[in-house]
Design a protein around this ligand. Structure first.
Ligand code: NAP
Length: 279
């Protein structure tokens, strides 16, 4: 990975931190996008000391905020002229209905629109730097999502699992639509289910989930195991040229029926473009 420039969002903890660490260990230049400067600096320092790689950089931004995502993309473009790997990982399960800085339901704003906007803002660079790769972290929970375009922001009733499942379905639909749009451009895009991972994810997801992780955390995977497929998709020659797939344990598997519907993907793309004011 020497000479490759890789961006990982949500890189100060959990799966994202392991991904950033391993890419740095392989010699890549790593740009960590974190919402908290102190946590980001501490993680970057730890990664540099563990890998001996000094090309680890921090950009601070909350991906639920469109203004901050635009600032992160602009700062990146000021400092770097290529991008070979983008790992969209920052996300979580939001216990109660909250609004982002843009007035959008926070699960959807972070987990889907954060990926969508950042990727679109960096797409010119990814195309220019081809061969390049995009890896979107989804979840098998996408299989439980209901897709109602008139209620993408859980306005009628908020249920944290439903909101989360919908955002993770959006990750898969986005991946498939983007793969179609990037056909022939030598930029691949795939998504991943990392498995149930014992990270901060459950601690940040409300009392019920904290309780669950306290007692059942030991049954889950380590962040190192959870990051394996992400690192594989970001770096392995075995997946060169493979695009538009849903991966689990380094194998492409089927995603839900809803996620494979092209009309859903096209419609979500258009709605998302309007929500992030890309049109
Ligand atoms: N853990 C699981 O079982 C599991 C299963 C399937 C999928 N996933 C997916 O895997 C990804 C990573 O989760 P994880 O398990 O590694 O969780 P984690 O340990 O909670 O790490 C999440 C990372 O994302 C960052 N983040 C969250 N919201 C953000 C925002 N608005 N802007 C910028 N950064 C933000 C967090 O920053 P802070 O440290 O500042 O909070 C942290 O660095 C998520 O997309 C999640 O949906 C997880």
């Amino acid at each position: 990975m020497k000479g490759r420039i890789c961006m990982v969002t949500g890189a100060n903890a959990g799966i994202g931190k392991v991904t950033a660490l391993e890419l740095a260990r392989m010699g890549a230049t790593v740009i960590m996008v974190c919402r908290n400067r102190e946590k980001g600096e501490a993680a970057a320092a730890e990664i540099m000391s563990k890998t001996g790689n000094r090309s680890v950089h921090l950009l601070v931004g909350d991906v639920s905020s469109q203004k901050e995502v635009r600032e992160v993309a602009a700062q990146f473009k000021d400092r770097f002229d290529s991008l070979h790997v983008l790992v969209n990982n920052a996300g979580g399960l939001v216990p109660t209905r909250q609004l982002s800085a843009d007035g959008i339901e926070k699960t959807f704003a972070t987990n889907h629109l954060g990926y969508f906007l950042l990727t679109n803002l960096l797409l010119d660079l990814l195309v220019k730097s081809a061969p390049s790769r995009i890896v979107n972290i989804s979840s098998d929970l996408h299989r439980f999502a209901k897709l109602d375009f008139s209620n993408l922001q859980s306005e009628r009733k908020y249920a944290q699992f439903q909101a989360y499942a919908l955002s993770k379905l959006a990750n898969v639909l986005f991946t498939y639509e983007l793969a179609r749009r990037l056909d022939g451009k030598r930029v691949t895009v795939n998504c991943v289910h990392p498995g149930g991972v014992n990270s901060n994810f459950y601690n940040n997801s409300g009392r019920r989930m904290r309780f669950y992780s306290k007692f059942f955390g030991w049954t889950m995977r380590s962040p190192e195991k959870g990051a394996e497929t992400i690192i594989y998709l970001a770096s392995s020659p075995e997946v060169e040229g493979i695009s538009g797939k849903y991966f689990k344990d380094k194998k492409a598997v089927s995603s839900s029926k809803l996620s494979m519907d092209r009309e859903n993907a096209r419609r979500l793309w258009e709605v998302s473009e309007e929500m992030v004011k890309l049109k």
